[in-house]
Design a protein around this ligand. Structure first.
Ligand code: PMP
Length: 361
């Protein structure tokens, strides 16, 4: 690699070097076509295969049964905040929302424009430091779906279990932890994720949707707002993000060669564990999340003062530890350590943290 920066950015985030190298090698001439993937027609056989391979990559890694569709949309995860209620909510139909961070809060605010979206749980009062246990959650029996965010990227809190809502379809924003560990997909009716963390570049959103929920998508919606229309057209109602879909396929292959989601989980747990252990060994660094809610993907912490946090991020950047500044809404420090982030980068951060504390503690 030319660039030795360790990129801790929350997204767009680090991609596997092998993936970028393969994309680079194929950039000018994909499969000896003399054209780049960005230049070929999305209606060509070559691109149809890329589309299929990317879908299959996700299907295989998650072990998706046949009654799920994998769709590629645009508009980011944010667009899903409105597309989901637009497809399934109305003034007469209600949905439950679990709000355990800034993204869940945005999702419910959008849903309220379309129908009766009720927040059945919120950890706002404790500053989004916790994750509810399953028994704390009381669902409305007539909810058309329950929505939750499996990993809140800004606060760094993550569900350690697949939500079980009984008969109510579960809709999950998995933008920042999709493909980071095995999940029980049968528990979900819809999973969505902006690609720019664990899947590929920004500009493409993955939606995994179960047929029984898909069937509830009304026929009278404009095509670009309809899951049914996207499913009917194999995600190509219009020109899709061909480059993004191609990269998702490459990333899935990379995960497979590394041993799949079980191997991702082992590697991710190790990276997170040594970082959290470092936080726990000192009073100088204070983790934001409660221990039981700690995210494996986004490790958030504070230093004794905002000045020190600024200094910490600036000095870290100088030695090639980039993107550590916490989200502008909460401040502090955030180390995003997605699938592609190497263990050596976490070890380098820990070394820097110890040394910074010695000088400033
Ligand atoms: N949900 C979560 C959990 C996120 O982390 C993000 C982006 N960081 C979003 C939604 C919004 O995603 P996008 O920028 O793709 O709209």
């Amino acid at each position: 690699m030319i660039n030795k920066i360790y990129n801790f950015s929350a997204g767009p985030a680090i991609l596997p070097a092998e993936v970028l190298e393969k994309a680079q090698a194929e950039l000018l001439s994909l499969n000896n076509s003399g054209m780049s993937v960005m230049e070929i027609s999305h209606r060509s056989e070559t691109f149809e295969k890329i589309n299929q391979d990317a879908q299959n990559g996700i299907r295989d890694l998650l072990g998706l049964p046949h009654n799920y569709k994998v769709l590629f949309l645009q508009g980011g995860a944010t667009f899903q905040f409105l597309m989901i209620p637009m497809n399934f909510l109305s003034a007469e139909i209600n949905a439950d929302y679990i709000v355990n961070g800034a993204w869940g809060k945005k999702a419910v605010a959008e849903a309220k424009r379309f129908g009766r979206a009720e927040t059945i749980f919120s950890s706002a009062e404790n500053g989004f430091k916790s994750i509810p246990v399953q028994s704390e959650l009381k669902f409305n029996r007539n909810a058309v779906y329950v929505h939750y965010t499996s990993n809140e990227t800004i606060e760094g809190v993550e569900f350690k279990y697949d939500l079980n809502a009984g008969e109510i379809p579960v809709v999950c924003d998995a933008s920042s932890n999709i493909l980071s560990k095995p999940i029980d997909v049968s528990k979900y009716a819809l999973i969505y994720a902006g690609a720019q963390k664990n899947l590929g570049p920004s500009g493409v959103t993955v939606v995994i949707i179960r047929d029984d929920l898909l069937e509830k998508s009304p026929q009278n919606l404009p095509a670009m707002l309809s899951y049914q229309a996207f499913a009917d057209h194999n995600s190509m109602i219009n020109t899709p993000n061909t480059w993004g879909i191609y990269l998702i396929g490459l990333v899935c292959n990379w995960i497979k060669t590394k041993g799949g989601l079980a191997a991702m989980q082992i590697a991710n747990e190790k990276k997170a564990q040594i970082l959290y252990d470092t936080l726990d060994q000192t009073e100088f660094y204070r983790g934001h999340a409660e221990k039981s809610a700690r995210s494996m993907m986004n490790v958030t912490f504070r230093l004794p003062s905002e000045e020190l946090e600024k200094k910490f991020c600036a000095e870290a950047a100088e030695i090639g530890l980039d993107g550590l500044k916490g989200h502008r809404s909460v401040g502090g420090v955030r180390a995003s350590i997605y699938n592609a982030f190497p263990l050596a980068g976490v070890e380098r951060l820990i070394e820097f943290m110890r040394e910074f504390e010695c000088r400033n503690g």
